[in-house]
Design a protein around this ligand. Sequence first.
Ligand code: PDD
Length: 286
Amino acid sequence: MLYLNGDYLPAAEARISAFDRGCLFGDGIYEVVPVYSRHPFRLDEHLGRLETNLSAIQLPNPHTRDEWRERILGVIARQPFDDQSVYFHVTRGSANERDFPFPVDVPPTVLIFAAELKSPSPEIKAQGVRAISHADFRWLRCDLKSLNLLPTVLLREAAKRAGCAECVMFRDGFLTEGAASNVFVVKDGVIAVPPKNHLILPGITYDLIIELAQQHGLPLQVRTITEAEVRAADELWMTSSTKEVLALVELDGQPVGDGKVGPLAQRMDALYQDYKDTVMRAGGAC
Ligand code: PDD
């Protein structure tokens, strides 16, 4: 069951106009929230980013936070699995024509659906995953979680064909992020991550990792990182809501550090899991 514009219905019965601007132009914003034991994790932070993104593209938010929460929990309750990945998006609706400027008096489209959450298994966590690199050929508003995902589709397909889990991107000689994740670098016991600006998505997991590093006294720098530093790193991690903290042990066929999951990746993943367990024991973050 999914939610579409006010109704909960089976996916096969959901109908969206062929002229929906999400379909024609990618004119909309989306979010992906992990759900553990039916509790959405960091939902408020995701709803905050949605609000910021919608106002950045001048699309009025159709719902208050409470309304969003109610609808998202409504979808979660209708799934057969406990751990889920909830996707939701808002598009600028359908004006039944293809015209670029904003349509007038057209309601937005709101879609919410859930899939079973496929977090990396303990074996994958322990082994790490491989990545390729690629020039970052996306636009200059990568801070927006927009529905224009063609670059991501192409980059992730390239990674898949290379037998890799992620694509690490560089722009003008500097690290930006992964195709669908943020990327952290470790050298000589110091963690580093690029600053939040128009070139990367401000990840909810990115923020949590910085918070956890601060709380537990792990040295972490937020600064620009060169491609050469990435290639000489002791550890590389990808982070996202669904992948959590996942070590990249190979980049473009070369081992990262000694080619094994490093001690700081293990420590940060343990801190992340502890934090998650504490939040969930307290009844979830919703
Ligand atoms: N991707 N950077 C990009 C380009 C992303 O697409 C994502 C998330 C992240 C990590 O953000 P967060 O920690 O808030 O999940 C960084 C999601 C999961 C996706 O598109 O499926």
